[in-house]
Design a protein around this ligand. Structure first.
Ligand SMILES: CC(C)(COP(=O)(O)OP(=O)(O)OC[C@H]1O[C@@H](n2cnc3c(N)ncnc32)[C@H](O)[C@@H]1OP(=O)(O)O)[C@@H](O)C(=O)NCCC(=O)NCCS
Length: 331
């Protein structure tokens, strides 16, 4: 069975409105010094009135252009998100309509901040079944729609945005930005789910007509615990994927971790002995955009010339569930 899969057309889109730490100081009891020293975040982009599909649409248009594909060439759409426009229809169906695509499978995947890496593996599976596939994978989040701006412990951490790419069983020979997906590794542990939640509105915490949304409708997190698990899990899965590909951290040319917090990234890189010049960081500009964080960072790195032909790139993410995953891409 042919199981080679390729990835191309990296793009991202963030809304125009910027929310700085100074802006947050006016909304909640916090300050720039605390936010920068604990998280590295200086600003984040937030929607005005756009929904998940609006951000995704912009990223997808650029991805189609960068991969020299027409909307009609796409065979599947996968959206990674925990903040879709609606429960029904799913975000992928709304995005396909905006792109003018009909009659192909369109589905959402929710693995919180690991959603993009989960999406890569699902797309890979489709490409093994149907090598001619051109899977449009977009991770898009309006995290601020689920942030309680009265809760300073979460309000300062997140931003909105989308990142997209195309995955195919056929190589993108004509495309200088294309990579070969060498391996993907996914994990999850539901026993730790209570440490990072957005419970309200689900069937276990249903909406009651007329009832006001309470704290359960927004991101709630045991920050310190999440921090420890994030470092440990991303370190372990990174080492596992390196080992099963018979390579060591030194062989990685560019390391693109989930952009949640600079201290998490630095602890992770230190524990893996990856030098600073090989780590891509843009959390200072965008905050944590959940599933969109890794594809935004990948596209940003590519646009800045940090992804070069011949490079071996390691992506790693961690999120609610808990879920975590890693992907090795050979450019
Ligand atoms: C959230 C996080 C930055 C908090 O940093 P921390 O060093 O653990 O801080 P703590 O939660 O222990 O709080 C320390 C103090 O700062 C205060 N504090 C919390 N948020 C604050 C804010 N935005 N501004 C100012 N002070 C704040 C707390 O109230 C606490 O005060 P106290 O000592 O008087 O009780 C950190 O735990 C973290 O990054 N966790 C991982 C979060 C994450 O990235 N999650 C997503 C993963 S997908």
């Amino acid at each position: 069975m042919k199981n080679s899969t390729y990835i191309a057309g990296f793009s991202f889109y963030v809304p125009d409105t910027i929310l700085t730490n100074q802006d947050l100081e006016k909304k909640v009891d916090t300050n720039d010094e605390w936010i920068v020293s604990r998280t590295g975040i200086r600003q984040r982009h937030i929607v005005n009135s756009q929904a998940c599909s609006d951000l995704a649409y912009e990223a997808c248009l650029k991805t189609l252009e960068r991969s020299s594909l027409m909307p009609g060439d796409i065979t599947h759409i996968i959206t990674a998100t925990f903040t879709p426009d609606a429960y029904v229809p799913n975000a992928a169906c709304i995005i396909m309509e905006k792109l003018g695509i009909r009659g192909i499978p369109a589905l959402d995947v929710n693995a919180a901040c690991t959603g993009f890496i989960y999406g890569i593996e699902l797309a890979r599976g489709l490409c093994v079944l149907w090598p001619g596939s051109k899977v449009l994978l977009v991770a898009s989040e309006v995290v601020t729609s689920r942030i309680n701006f009265k809760d300073r412990s979460t309000a300062v951490l997140f931003g909105d945005g989308a990142g997209a790419c195309v995955i195919s069983g056929e190589s993108f020979d004509h495309n200088a930005s294309a990579g070969y997906i060498r391996d993907v590794l996914l994990k999850a542990d539901g026993s730790l789910g209570g440490l990072l939640t957005v419970k309200g509105g689900g069937s276990a915490y249903p909406l009651v007509p007329g009832q006001k949304a309470d704290d359960d409708f927004f991101v709630q997190m045991e920050g310190r615990e999440v921090f420890k698990h994030a470092v440990r899990s991303m370190k372990n899965i990174s080492q596992d994927i390196l080992e099963r590909n018979n390579i060591v951290a030194e062989d990685i040319d560019l390391f693109i971790p989930h952009q949640a917090n600079i201290r998490i990234i630095e602890s992770l890189a230190k524990s893996m002995l990856i030098s600073n010049d090989k780590i891509f960081v843009n959390v200072q500009e965008y905050g944590n955009t959940s599933a969109a964080s890794v594809p935004i960072a990948l596209a940003d790195a590519w646009e800045k010339g940090r992804v070069k032909p011949g490079y071996l790139v390691l992506l790693v993410a961690f999120g609610g569930g808990f879920t975590w995953g890693a992907a090795l891409i050979q450019f």
